[in-house]
Ligand binder design. Structure first.
Ligand SMILES: C[S@@+](CC[C@H](N)C(=O)[O-])C[C@H]1O[C@@H](n2cnc3c(N)ncnc32)[C@H](O)[C@@H]1O
Length: 350
């Protein structure tokens, strides 16, 4: 475990954001179809000391850099374009969740853990919101900002390994960590359960890499549909599944959480929705997908299918066209699930 320090490459979470969202929230979109805009005609529109060199000596492949600590375990890049994409993605998810950092009914949490924090925005915002709390955030890459609230600490850590904390937590959180785990249930939820205080909350805010569609406009013949299938298969073959979120609620129950809730938020990909707020979110999500496509695909396809970079870019040409096609009403379903660790004696052993 290595604490982040001045020597870390900064993801600079404070830079100008490309998107601000002007439309009031409409709450969870579960069960509602997003109405398409009829006007669009389908044109493409280290220990607590400093970081050691080894965790910053990023391996290069496909013209990108990847995490050095436990190199090879996570298939997405960690370079500047990826950090910028993560911040864009964070802003859009934040707006889609109507600015909710969490949905669990927290009561003055003292210890908070953010697993696989990325550029660390969530952890920093939680540190600001709960100045009395201590926020710990982990990641394989030291891509977090250096200047953070004094109650926020980042650690370079592989959270798929056994967690060794000196205290229990009151709240543990993950957001968009698909592709990070061989088993979200065993490596994250089970360990979270064991590392929570009784009455503490776990919350998952997770979305699949493949797209959903309610009106049949995303068809099996589309390159985007095929890409979703191929990405799901390749990620399973390399033991880092990227499609798993529909099972999260059941995983909470089998691990032993109680008071389990789920909300599903639909983030449209593209400007196809009629609703102005969703159209704006969709524009941002489309940009997020376009800028992430190569990074999502390279390591997965190369390791699983042996396909090389040039061939992958050729394959992605039609996928990019579909992402830009307003006739395809694709969206990402973000499942927010939260549950509580029971108090002793609260759940009878049967
Ligand atoms: C898509 S990013 C999401 C980051 C952040 N939660 C957010 O919402 O912006 C996934 C992050 O998980 C990290 N990660 C992947 N595998 C991990 C592991 N085994 N332990 C800790 N972090 C991991 C990656 O380095 C990456 O920063």
């Amino acid at each position: 475990m290595a604490a982040n320090s001045d020597e870390a490459q900064s993801g600079d979470g404070n830079g100008d954001r490309q998107f601000t969202f002007r439309y009031p929230s409409t709450g969870s979109t579960i069960g509602n179809s997003i109405e398409a805009d009829p006007v669009l005609s389908g044109i493409y529109d280290d220990t607590s000391a400093s970081l050691s060199e080894s965790v910053q000596n990023y391996p290069k492949q496909f013209g990108r850099t990847y995490h050095a600590y436990r190199a090879g375990s996570y298939p997405f890049p960690n370079d500047l374009p990826e950090c910028e994409r993560l911040q864009l993605q964070y802003d859009i998810v934040d707006a889609s969740l109507n600015g909710h950092l969490f949905f669990a009914p927290l009561d003055k949490p003292r210890y908070i853990l953010d697993v696989a924090t990325g550029t660390g925005d969530w952890a920093v915002q939680m540190g600001d919101l709960f100045p009395q709390a201590n926020v710990v955030a982990t990641d394989l890459s030291p891509i977090q900002p250096v200047e953070v609230p004094p109650n926020v600490e980042f650690y370079v850590e592989d959270s798929s390994e056994e967690w060794e904390y000196s205290h229990k937590f009151d709240f543990i959180h993950t957001r968009l960590t698909g592709g990070s785990w061989s088993s979200y249930e065993r490596q994250v939820l089970r360990q979270a359960f064991d590392n929570l205080n009784p009455g503490g909350w776990m919350e998952s805010q997770e979305g699949d890499a493949s797209f959903s569609c309610d009106d049949g406009s995303l068809k099996p013949g589309h390159a985007l549909y095929r890409w979703g299938e191929d990405l799901a298969l390749s990620s399973r073959l390399i033991d880092r599944p990227m499609v798993f979120v529909s099972g999260i609620k059941d995983m909470y129950a089998s691990v032993g959480f109680v008071d389990i809730h789920e909300k599903i938020f639909k983030i449209p990909c593209g400007t196809w929705p009629k609703d102005e707020r969703l159209k704006e979110l969709g524009r941002g999500w489309q940009l997020n997908v376009q800028s992430g496509l190569s990074g999502f695909t390279f390591a997965n396809f190369y390791r699983a299918f042996g396909v090389k970079e040039d061939a992958i870019e050729v394959y992605l040409v039609d996928v990019r066209k579909d992402v830009a096609n307003s006739k395809i009403h694709a969206y990402t379903a973000v499942h927010v699930v939260w549950g509580r660790k029971p108090f002793p004696g609260e759940v009878s052993e049967s």
